[in-house]
Design a protein around this ligand. Structure first.
Ligand code: HEC
Length: 318
């Protein structure tokens, strides 16, 4: 009799575990992730990085082509008058593919979709003419929501207008920089995903649901051998440090295992002079052997170099 009762308890526990696991299997796929409203982070990320990063027809050799530019606008592009408040805009030159949220507003999520279409007029944006987007805020059903605006439709600002008033230092090539991040395999060592553990004390807040709407690929990374980089621009915003560290990580972290990425400087430096890598390395070896007191100086990069894009991307990770 006693044994029989234990079988009954066991059978109930088994039934509970099985139905629990079945309901997870059946219920989870029915959650509509697209109904989660995009956060500010998701909107800014997809507008800065544009459509699909990586190997595709728009950029088969992963050169960072077909990517938008992020501009800190200080003057009105129509009148040239200084703006009362600096404004961030996302410039899609004619022919640049729009990000998923513009092509399929449904994935922006509840509220963001309605505002972006009705007030932001994103469906009027045309790839062949190019467009200038911005993020704005409005109240939707009693809640403050961020949404995308097409300023080409709303204000008549064209990509050319904006690029005419923008100085080079106000322009970020973060979108092309993400291509460099993917192409160079930074994700073998670095994650872009602080975990829901004590991780956040070092690497900053773990992301929220809705932070990734429209981003492709997310480049989370899986196996971490190096610091998480999701918020690296908040803890280290020095362009000079980034330059030294990418040219040769040992210049700033003597025992770093990170490879050098000096070749991303390309052939010419900022003044158009050919970079003599062999000379640099032999001087660096002299420094390591104690024959020089200081390491050779890292060349300043050309404004259209790949390293510029990569550093712009790093500093955009706030
Ligand atoms: C072989 C592994 C490896 C690869 C590949 C690698 N890194 Fe690193 N990275 C490290 C390690 C280890 C550190 C920590 C030591 C240091 O600062 O060099 C680091 C540090 C950094 C830091 C400073 C992080 C901080 O917290 O301040 C940045 C930024 C960075 N890496 C960016 C990159 C980028 C971008 C790429 C690809 C172009 C890359 N890394 C590729 C291993 C790697």
């Amino acid at each position: 009799m006693a044994g029989f009762r234990e079988y009954k308890i066991g059978a109930r526990i088994f039934g509970l575990a099985l139905s629990g696991s079945m309901s997870i299997t059946l219920f989870f796929p029915s959650i509509n992730i697209a109904s989660t409203a995009s956060t500010d982070m998701a909107l800014a990320k997809q507008l800065a990085v544009g459509h699909e990063t990586g190997f595709n027809l728009d950029d088969p050799f992963l050169k960072g082509k077909n990517k938008p530019l992020v501009v800190s606008l200080k003057a009105d592009p129509k009148t040239g008058q200084p703006l009362a408040q600096q404004q961030t805009v996302f410039v899609y030159n004619a022919g640049t593919t729009f990000p998923a949220g513009i092509l399929h507003p449904r994935i922006l999520g509840t509220g963001v979709e309605e505002l972006s279409v009705q007030q932001g007029h994103i469906e009027d944006a045309r790839k062949d003419a190019g467009a200038v987007f911005a993020i704005n805020k409005a109240v939707y059903q009693g809640k403050q929501v961020s949404y995308i605006e097409d300023l080409t439709t709303i204000k008549g600002w064209t990509p050319d207008d904006v690029m005419k008033v923008a100085k080079d230092e106000d322009v970020s090539h973060a979108g092309a920089g993400k291509t460099m991040f993917v192409r160079e395999g930074c994700w073998w060592c670095h994650t872009l995903l602080p975990e829901e553990t004590q991780d956040w004390q070092v690497f900053g807040a773990p992301p929220m649901q809705g932070d990734f709407n429209g981003e492709s690929p997310t480049a989370f990374g899986s196996d971490r051998k190096a610091p998480d980089l999701l918020h690296v621009g908040s803890r280290n915003s020095s362009r000079e440090w980034m330059m030294m560290h990418f040219f040769n990580p040992r210049l700033v972290q003597p025992h770093s295992i990170m490879p050098r990425f000096d070749y991303l400087w390309g052939e010419k430096d900022a003044s158009g002079n050919t970079i003599d890598y062999a000379k640099w390395r032999s001087e660096y070896n002299d420094y390591r052997e104690g024959k020089r007191v200081t390491p050779p100086e890292v060349p300043s990069y050309a404004s259209n170099s790949e390293i510029r894009s990569l550093i712009d991307f790093m500093l955009s990770l706030k």
